[in-house]
Structures are given as structure tokens and as C-alpha cells.
Design a protein around this ligand. Structure first.
Ligand code: PGA
Length: 302
């Protein structure tokens, strides 16, 4: 069957009015154009759709059946047009964001602010470490990711949006609590609790230690920032974490920041997506929002 949407639309109008003349008026067509469309539809279907008795036309049984389908198709078309229209705006649709676990400390605030001004947007948030995040990107799962500097090999479009200083934390009674510009070599005897392999924070810490020729004694390895903070508080060792993860603990002095030479390790947070990705207007709006909000926060911290 070779049926066009136009034929269905014309047929539906004729069936509704049971009149070629009125259907032609409604569709701004001539009457012969209308009957031509109906004839073509009848020949594709292989059955008559109307019958004329006296001066009146009636739907045949096939016509009745076809009318039901034509209405369903028209309804679907209208719904599709409406949805496409919605997706052209920034106030609807779904937004899939994946973030490095460390970003979680401030990303939820950003998302809440965005959700507030875009209440109809359905947001899904996937929190994971850097390595898993890169795998998700490879599978084209998220629209956008918020993470530390992405590796150059991946075909990503990434923009920095906020500073991410990594600091060394210790319990408040640590022997170097009051030290100034402590040389890294002074910490040779210390034990360090470290994040799980695949963590961006851990990779940055190891790179910093290697650059300074510092060999650290690796203590417990823990997954996630919360576990790291708790073990440092409990005296299991020192750790390097993003300052965003310890704002509260530093404020209430449950942890302190050691003033070590060359620290903080200055990193930045990036908002990124796959190069070929067709970002929806909503995703574009979120990306812009993150860049602006991050720049504001970084400027305020100076
Ligand atoms: P992570 O995040 O340590 O939680 O992996 C930091 C990053 O992506 O660099």
C-alpha cells in the first residue's frame, strides 16, 4: 500500500463532513483535487471507501475501518509535532548528567538551582569516579559530564568552569598542624590514605608526588571521599582531597589543611560532551549555566 499523509488527511476531512465540497473548502482545495486524492487512496487500498446513494455519500465498511486508522495516525502526527516543538525549547525533555564523585559536593547545588528555573526538565544524575565516567562517555550514555581534565585521546568538547584545588588534610592535632610551607620531604614518614584506583583525585596526587620525587607510604585504600575524610579524622593517615569535599570539616575544625609546599595542587573542573553529540537546547542551557555559575564561584573564592 502506498498511502501518503496528505491522502489520509483529505480522506478524514471528507469522511467527517460526508461531503467533498465541504472538505475542499476546509482544506482550501478544489473539489476535483479532493476527489482525486480519495480515488488514489482507494486504488492503493484496493477497496472503495465511499459509496454514493442518491445525492448522499456514505462510508463503506472499509472506509469506516480506514477512518479509525487515519484518526490514529493524525493524532500521532500531532503529538510528534508537539513533542518536537517542546524539544526546541529549554524547558522540557530529559537531561542526563554524569559527574565524578568529587563533583557531587557542589553539583547537586548547581542542579537544584537549574531544576528550579526549569521545573519541567527531567534530570538524571549518575555519580561515579573518573574512570567509570570515561567509560560511560564512551558508551554515549550521558549528555554532559562534569569531571576533572578529560584525557586528550577522547574526542570530547570540554570547557573548564571552576577551580578545583586539591589540599592535604590531617587531624587537628597533627604534629605539623601549625607548620608553614612544610617541605614535602618532611612528610616522608607519614602514612597516606588514598582513593580507589580510577579516581581523578588519586591520579593527580600521584602525579604531584612523582613530580616532587616524593615516595609516600600508601596506607589504606578507600573508595569515595567520605571514607577518606573519616579515616583521616580517625588518625589513619593524611590524605589529598579536593577542597570542595572538606569545606564543612575545615569550618568546624574536625580536619585541618596542612600548608605543604607546592600545594594546593591546582586542578579545574570541566563540563564536557562527546564531539558528535547533538546537545538538546536543554543540555546547551545547562552547559552554559554551569560555566557561568562555576566562574562566579571561582571569582568569589579569589
Ligand atoms: P574523582 O574525581 O577523584 O572522584 O574521580 C575527580 C576527577 O574527575 O578528576
Amino acid at each position: 500500500m502506498h498511502i501518503t499523509f496528505r491522502q489520509l488527511q483529505v480522506f478524514e476531512a471528507v469522511a467527517r463532513h460526508l461531503s467533498y465540497t465541504r472538505a475542499a473548502e476546509e482544506l482550501h482545495l478544489t473539489q476535483p483535487a479532493v476527489s482525486m486524492q480519495v480515488k488514489q487512496l482507494e486504488s492503493s487500498v484496493g477497496l472503495p471507501l465511499f459509496e454514493q446513494i442518491g445525492k448522499k455519500i456514505y462510508l463503506t465498511e472499509a472506509g469506516e475501518a480506514m477512518l479509525g486508522h487515519a484518526r490514529t495516525i493524525n493524532r500521532h502526527l500531532a503529538a510528534a509535532a508537539e513533542e518536537m516543538n517542546d524539544l526546541k525549547g529549554v524547558d522540557s525533555g530529559r537531561l542526563k548528567v554524569a559527574i565524578a564523585s568529587t563533583v557531587n559536593y557542589f553539583a547537586t547545588r548547581l542542579l537544584a538551582e537549574f531544576a528550579h528555573s526549569h521545573p519541567a526538565v527531567e534530570i538524571s544524575l549518575d555519580v561515579t569516579n573518573r574512570e567509570t565516567l570515561l567509560r560511560r562517555l564512551d558508551d554515549n550514555a550521558p549528555d554532559l559530564v562534569l569531571m576533572g581534565k578529560p584525557p586528550t585521546g577522547l574526542d570530547l568538547v570540554a570547557a573548564p568552569f571552576m577551580d578545583n584545588p586539591l589540599v592535604m588534610i590531617a587531624p587537628p592535632d597533627h604534629r605539623f598542624a601549625n607548620g608553614r610551607n612544610i617541605p614535602l620531604c618532611e612528610l616522608a614518614g607519614e602514612t597516606f590514605v588514598v582513593r580507589e584506583p580510577g579516581s581523578g583525585t588519586r591520579i593527580a596526587m600521584e602525579r604531584y608526588f612523582a613530580e616532587h620525587g616524593f615516595e609516600h607510604t600508601a596506607g589504606t585504600e578507600l573508595t569515595g571521599n567520605e571514607a577518606i575524610k573519616q579515616s583521616v579524622e580517625a588518625g589513619l593517615g593524611l590524605a589529598v582531597v579536593s577542597v570542595h569535599t572538606v569545606e564543612l570539616e575545615l569550618a568546624v575544625k574536625r580536619l585541618i589543611r596542612l600548608d605543604v609546599e607546592g600545594m594546593p595542587i591546582m586542578r579545574r573542573w570541566y563540563v564536557g560532551h562527546r564531539r558528535g553529540k547533538r546537545l538538546s537546547p536543554t543540555a546547551q542551557a545547562f552547559r552554559q549555566f554551569v560555566i557561568e555559575a562555576g566562574t562566579r564561584v571561582s571569582a568569589a573564592a579569589v
